[in-house]
Ligand binder design. Structure first.
Ligand code: UDP
Length: 326
């Protein structure tokens, strides 16, 4: 929440209360894959802010009637731990937390390829462990890399930072006192690869020139954060690649040459020659030829020649008789 702008936030040398220049980011550290049970996770430290991001999904949505037929629903849950600020924060979700959850869900929806997962939900949990101003921006930056860690397809990463007014000067990356006492706060979410603004809010009063300057400064800061995000992702995946490479190729140390002395030839099995005497030829099995069946010649049937019919010659007509007839 922007203040009245009367508190001295910039000294004569143009330095801010924490010693930074007007266009300088706080130190940023991003770690990927810090939570074992999440599909993707990240931890961001931005100045004194410490925030965890955990991504679950795409998964089934409950209650089912909230599911969208043509795309995934992106649900972001921003929560501040009770111990994250000086005054104990009530554990009940505040209006502020609900509003931040909604704007972060919208920003993430704009870069995720939600149409790839219809009727599902992708849940992003942001838990602020320590707050020091600009937690929604740091949370959005962490959520973006946690989504990448979960393998959720995106058009690009979102890099986020707040720009504000401190003693009427535009300053980059507000920390808690500047956020409370400054006269303007402009949280910005920007995708360098798409050159698109996915989140912009404005609290306080900016002149047009201040607004334009703030926008340019915010984009410059987001581009710096983008490099840190890419580095964090590369670090994790190059570590995995090295691990895998080590598993495939055993290191030289592991390949120990066996000292020659130790190489004992396997003793040849003694082949005892069998004394010739003992070599008894296996008795040839008597191959008994099967007894030839006595082929008895079938007794020749006595072929009795039929008795020759006695051919009685016709009695010769006496020549005498013939002559008589004449
Ligand atoms: N803050 C707090 N108690 C709260 C909410 C916020 O002390 O219940 C502090 C906290 O340090 C936070 C800062 O106020 O970072 C600025 O809050 P703001 O609502 O502007 O959100 P932010 O700048 O963290 O995105």
């Amino acid at each position: 929440m922007a203040g009245d702008g009367t508190t001295q936030l910039i000294d004569e040398k143009g330095k801010r209360l924490d010693g930074r220049k007007l266009d300088e980011l706080r130190p940023i550290e991003i770690k990927i894959g810090v939570l074992k049970n999440a599909d993707g996770s990240a931890e961001i430290r931005m100045g004194k802010n410490i925030i965890l991001a955990a991504v679950y999904g795409p998964r089934e949505l409950h209650p089912k009637h909230r599911a969208l037929p043509n795309r995934a629903l992106i649900q972001c849950f921003y929560r501040m731990s009770t111990f994250s600020v000086n005054d104990r924060k009530s554990p009940a979700p505040s209006r502020r937390e609900k509003e931040i959850s909604m704007i972060l869900s919208n920003a993430l929806t704009s870069v995720i390829l939600t149409e790839k997962y219809p009727r599902t939900t992708i849940d992003v949990y942001l838990q602020v462990l320590q707050a020091d101003g600009g937690t929604r921006c740091a949370g959005l930056t962490a959520a973006s890399v946690a989504l990448a860690d979960a393998g959720i397809p995106m058009k690009g990463l979102i890099s986020s930072v707040a720009v504000g007014l401190a003693n009427d000067k535009v300053v980059l990356d507000l920390f808690d006192i500047e956020d409370q006492k400054g006269s303007g706060d402009l949280p910005l979410g920007y995708s360098p690869i798409l050159d698109e603004v996915s989140l912009i809010q404005l609290d306080g009063v900016f002149t047009l020139e201040q607004f334009e300057e703030a926008l340019h400064l915010g984009i410059k800061g987001a581009k710096e954060i983008y490099e840190i995000q890419k580095l964090a992702l590369k670090e994790k995946y190059s570590a995995i690649r090295n691990e895998v490479a080590d598993e495939i190729k055993p290191s030289k140390k592991e390949v120990k040459e066996v000292p020659k002395e130790e190489v004992k030839e396997a003793p040849k099995k003694e082949v005892k020659e069998v004394p010739k005497e003992e070599v008894k030829e296996a008795p040839k099995k008597e191959v008994k030829e099967p007894p030839k069946e006595e082929v008895k010649e079938a007794p020749k049937k006595e072929v009795k020649e039929p008795p020759k019919e006695e051919v009685k010659e016709a009695p010769k007509v006496k020549e005498k008789e013939e002559k008589e007839d004449e």
